[in-house]
Design a protein around this ligand. Structure first.
Ligand SMILES: [Zn+2]
Ligand SMILES: [Zn+2]
Length: 112
């Protein structure tokens, strides 16, 4: 179960594994990369202290999937916005990491 949306996680890739992928992409924007990755890692470390037996991640095999990929990418989008990422960066992020399989959240799309 995802601690944020309370739904079963059908595509359990944990936040730590997602951060690795996000980090590879975000390196193009070093200033943003430094701030955002530090903030995401801090969030994950704190959350994992609270949620010790989360869903098993299909990528790394650890029981660390406390958030579904959708909720984690939504959180990351918020962190990017808080760090004043440009619209180009936000759009790239959504295109690359769109885990919105079954949710339809219009706010998620940063094109207004
Ligand atoms: Zn969720
Ligand atoms: Zn993982």
């Amino acid at each position: 179960m995802c601690v944020e949306c309370d739904e079963a996680i059908y595509n359990p890739i944990c936040p730590s594994c997602l951060v690795k992928e996000i980090s590879v992409w975000l390196k193009k924007y070093p200033r943003l990369w430094r701030k955002v990755i530090i903030e995401l890692n801090r969030y994950i470390t704190q959350a994992l202290r609270l949620y010790k037996s989360a869903t098993k991640c299909v990528a790394c095999g650890n029981n660390t999937t406390f958030l579904c990929p959708y909720c984690f990418t939504a959180y990351t989008l918020q962190v990017l916005k808080n760090n004043k990422a440009s619209k180009i960066v936000l759009r790239e992020f959504v295109e690359l990491f769109n885990f919105d399989f079954e949710h339809t959240n219009e706010e998620f799309w940063p094109n207004n």
